[in-house]
Design a protein around this ligand. Structure first.
Ligand code: ATP
Ligand code: MG
Length: 780
């Protein structure tokens, strides 16, 4: 609404207030002047009347007074008094008052005059007396009063006439157009039509209103134009939206095509790669001469590199396509750091670089995040640091980015995670290249250190995905520090209780480590001592045979040592010490347990196998189970050939449509002591599980006719829930590698191809635990 100030006085009242006193003053002064003139004139008429009366009557009185004719004098006096203005008259002779006559009631406004009465009989004129006449002012006053009344009435009428006239004129010329203008404005303001004001006059008001009307017309014109523009704009937006939609659909289609191309390509490359890696690993486990071993090691290394590159490219395109979704799960910070470092330990050791980590005490023990992706970031940074450092150290540090709350669960905490090295450094002018894809600081880098230049590009994007920021500081020849900061929510440490229980079981136990490699020994010793264990370590197997083992709760033996290997050593010790021997664990790199040593390994009766590099969790798990007697020990009676004590009691079905994969899979299983039935399709798998009770099904996902997911569903339907096998998805399909997808579809675990033997063995252990609880439940 139009904001109208509240009116105190209307224009009319103001006008009236100005005009009325002026008109009144003007009328009053006119009447005052007229009145003054009128009363002056009346006064003078009275004076002359008095003069004339005195002059005439004194002559008339001269004779009778001379003759002392009183009657005649009285007659004259009466005649004078006929004039109503005369109120008193006195005639005197030489002796005094001769006659006095008056109207007693009239005494107002007396004006009197006296003349001598002169007798003239032709001789000398003689003064014989005097005449005094007084005239009354009351007539004058009455007349004046009358005039005043008339004047007042006239003034009133005049005033009224002037005011009415003025008001009417004002109303006509100002009030009316103003009211119309106002009502027009109010109508517009209330959302009505923009009607022009109907008024024309050749004065200022007329000018104002015609200007107003003109303005309205212009506004209307503008509005029409505006409306037209709006409509046009709307049209254009609609058109653009349609175009954009088309473009988006095209882009989405292209993206989808790209994704599926990548998925297919990855699948296609991974499948043969699985064969190459698996077979060359197996090859290394057979009897080879030095030259052959070198060739197969080279094949293995090349295939590993190829796999890393494929993974990197896939990861990169996934990040680019925004296809990566971060998990949010509780992470054990210490575990994360350790397992990340584990992966570069051996490389650092072989280069003679110190690896260290520091977790600042105010960093929470548990955080929420995506462990895999954080580890991937750390891996990239650590790998680079080790790769580009010849001597010195690489330090991984986690600290608070800024001090703040004191770390209650559920609160956010900004963490700064950094990897510092004492390596070659990065020239300042090359910094900008760092995070670009496929770019390396120096073209010679590729030749000297290898790599694709994708690592940091992926790292940066992953960090950004976590809402963080990556930074780098470097000095050529001094070293480099990569760091990233991101906010994490504080969480309770996952599995902490179980882990603590297991650690408590290890505390104050003693252990003997036999390993010829000093670095390995040192790393292992440090870990074990950290958990409160007493450690004795020996570098020579011969020395170990002579050591009384009864003081130890467990023994860890390296497999590959000079003089004698771990299995031989174990058997020698068993021969010598018999029952005094505590449970033993075999520590070996995969593929090392060559076929020819199988018998030895079996006879030695290891309680379990540890693969290098040993992961803390796995180590704790194995040690606590061995020491608590959960894992059987002693000479094994069975002769089926196994390096692993647990290997024998699992019935495994391997399902894969690819011939090479079937071969690789069954060979790897066999090499680790597992027998397996092998089928080539989902339908066959269903048939098999119905005929025989399997503990584990290793299920390929992509198969013609019936895929792994469908086969899994049908198996679940066909078999009583309490007896269904543990199904592990096995796929080269890395694009859809989200574990969750498979777990949701009824799989129990997931492994990607090429098969990582370590992961496979762990998955099988999981299957075994699953079987045990199943059996337990069935009993209960
Ligand atoms: P990839 O990681 O894909 O195998 P890469 O390590 O060469 O290959 P990035 O990790 O992206 O690629 O690193 C890019 C380049 O940045 C490296 O080639 C190297 O020149 C330089 N760089 C990275 N980290 C360091 C470091 N710690 N010290 C010196 N230079 C480094
Ligand atoms: Mg790198």
């Amino acid at each position: 609404m139009l904001a109208m100030s509240k009116r105190l006085f209307s224009l009319r009242v103001k006008f009236f207030a100005v005009v009325a006193p002026l008109v009144l003053l003007a009328i009053a002064s006119v009447f005052a002047i007229v009145e003054w003139i009128a009363s002056e004139r009346a006064l003078r008429a009275m004076e002359s009347k008095l003069e004339r009366t005195l002059a005439i009557q004194s002559q008339v009185l001269a004779d009778p007074l001379w003759n002392l004719a009183r009657e005649q004098v009285e007659l004259v006096a009466d005649a004078i008094l006929i004039d109503t203005d005369v109120v008193e008259l006195m005639v005197r002779d030489e002796r005094g008052l001769f006659l006095s006559s008056s109207r007693v009631d009239e005494v107002q406004g007396l004006q009197s005059g006296t003349v001598d009465i002169v007798f003239n009989d032709g001789g000398e004129p003689q003064v014989i007396g005097s005449l005094q006449v007084s005239l009354s002012g009351s007539r004058l006053i009455a007349e004046r009063n009358e005039r005043m009344i008339i004047a007042a009435v006239l003034a009133g009428v005049l005033l009224l006439a002037v005011i009415v006239a003025a008001l009417v004129a004002n109303g006509r010329t100002v009030g009316r157009p103003l009211a119309r203008l106002l009502s027009a404005i109010q109508a517009i303001d209330a959302g009505g039509d923009r009607k022009p004001v109907d008024w024309s006059s050749r004065d200022e008001m007329g000018d104002v209103i015609s200007a107003f009307n003109k303005m309205l017309a212009q506004q209307e014109l503008h509005e029409t134009k505006l409306e037209a523009a709006r409509l046009e704009l709307e049209d254009r937006v609609e058109q653009r939206t349609a175009e954009l939609k088309l473009a988006r659909e095209a882009a989405e289609a292209a993206n989808e095509a790209k994704s599926s191309f990548l998925a297919t390509m990855s699948h296609e490359i991974r499948t043969p790669l699985n064969g190459i890696i698996g077979m060359s690993n197996l090859l290394q486990g057979t009897k080879l001469n030095t030259e052959q071993r070198d060739y197969s090691a080279t094949i293995s290394a090349a295939a590993d590199t190829l796999l890393t590159i494929i993974n990197d490219i896939l990861d990169f395109s996934k990040v680019e396509a925004g296809a990566i979704e971060l998990e949010a799960r509780p992470i054990d910070v210490a575990e994360l750091v350790e397992s990340s470092l584990d992966l570069v330990t051996s490389k650092a050791a072989s280069q003679g670089i110190e690896l260290a980590n520091r977790i600042s005490p105010d960093v929470p023990a548990g955080i929420i995040g995506d462990a895999t992706r954080i580890k991937q970031v750390l891996m990239n940074l650590l790998n680079n640091a080790v790769k580009f450092t010849e001597h010195g150290e690489v330090v991984l540090t986690i600290e608070r980015a800024k001090s703040g709350n004191n770390g209650r669960i559920g609160e956010g905490v900004p963490l700064r995670i950094s990897v510092r090295d004492t390596g070659i450094g990065i020239p300042a002018d090359r910094m900008d290249r760092l995070f670009k894809s496929f770019s390396q600081v120096d073209a010679s880098t590729t030749r000297k250190y290898g790599g694709t230049g994708l690592g940091l590009a992926i790292t940066k994007r992953l960090v950004e995905l976590m809402g963080g920021e990556i930074n780098v500081e470097s000095e050529v020849g001094v070293g480099t520090e990569f760091s990233f900061t991101a906010d994490f929510e504080i969480a309770p440490v996952p599995d902490r209780e179980a882990k603590e229980q297991r650690l408590a079981a290890l505390k104050d136990t003693s252990i003997l480590v036999v390993d010829d490699n000093r670095t390995n020994r040192v790393i292992l010793e440090e870990k074990l001592r950290q958990w409160g264990m007493y450690v004795a370590s020996l570098g020579a197997p011969a020395e170990a045979v002579g050591t009384d083992p009864s003081n130890f709760d467990a023994i860890i033996l390296d497999f590959k040592m000079p003089e004698m290997n771990g299995a031989e050593l174990a058997n020698r010790m068993r021969e010598k010490w018999g029952d005094k021997l505590p449970p033993m664990l075999l520590f070996s790199s995969l593929g090392q347990v060559e076929n020819e040593w199988r018998d030895e390994v079996e006879r030695a009766g290891f309680a379990g196998t540890l693969t290098k590099p040993a992961k803390s969790n796995h180590l704790i798990d194995m040690l606590s189970r061995v020491i608590s007697g959960e894992l059987e020990t002693g000479p094994q009676e069975t002769t089926t050939g196994a390096a692993n004590g647990e290997a024998l009691d699992l019935q495994i079905l391997l399902v894969d449509d690819n011939k090479i994969n079937r071969k690789v899979g069954s060979k790897i299983l066999a090499a680790n002591g597992y027998g397996a039935d092998v089928v080539a399709s989902g339908a066959e798998a269903i048939e098999h599980v119905q005929k025989k009770s399997y503990d584990v099904v290793l299920m390929d996902i992509e198969m013609p006719e019936m895929d792994g997911l469908m086969a899994t569903r049908l198996i679940r339907e066909a078999i009583v829930p309490k007896q269904h096998p543990y199904i592990i998805a096995l796929t080269a399909n890395a694009m859809a590698s989200e574990r969750e997808t498979y777990l949701k579809s009824g799989m129990d675990d997931y492994l990607s191809k090429p098969i990582d033997v370590d992961a496979l063995l762990q998955a099988l252990q999981g299957a075994k635990r699953f079987r045990e609880t199943q059996a337990h439940e069935a009993l209960a």
